[in-house]
Ligand binder design. Structure first.
Ligand SMILES: [Zn+2]
Length: 152
């Protein structure tokens, strides 16, 4: 999706109707127009990044701070029984707007949202260790001695 047709860029630029809740240097929070429960908020990057992996460190830091500020305010005002923070990356994960955003969804007992998956079971400890090694090896390649390499 191009920046020009991105609904979140339009909101950040002041077009489009949005209930803005908070603005940080690199982040903006507003109400989701299709809430899971009333008070469901989105925390988005001020600049257009497609997904979580594209975020520069500084933007990630500010998004996390805004996430904390807005979560506290939702819990303190809407008084949900709990809340979920989540983020969808890619069509397969349910991403529908391709401008990075976290969801903060207030939750209530019996609100009908079910996000408990049918879990898989590793075949053996070795099978699980294989996945752990695969991921650790990639971390070691990408973050050798604190040096960041952005490649996947
Ligand atoms: Zn955008």
């Amino acid at each position: 999706m191009h920046k020009e047709s991105c609904p979140f860029c339009r909101i950040i630029e002041g077009y489009g109707d949005a209930e803005i809740l908070f603005e940080g240097p690199d982040s903006v929070a507003f109400l989701d127009i299709k809430p899971i429960n009333f008070g469901h908020a989105l925390v988005v990057s001020r600049e257009h990044y497609t997904d979580f992996l594209e975020l520069p460190d500084q933007v990630l830091d500010d998004l996390t701070r805004t996430l904390h500020i807005v979560s506290r305010a939702i819990v303190g005002s809407v008084r949900p029984a709990g809340f979920n923070i989540f983020n969808n990356n890619g069509v397969a994960a349910g991403q529908s707007v391709f401008h990075f955003h976290f969801h903060i969804a207030p939750r209530f007992d019996g609100d009908g949202l079910k996000i408990r998956p049918q879990v898989k079971v590793y075949e053996s400890p070795e099978h699980m260790a294989e996945y752990a090694k695969m991921i650790r090896d990639k971390i070691n390649v990408n973050y050798k001695l604190g040096e960041q390499n952005e490649s996947l």
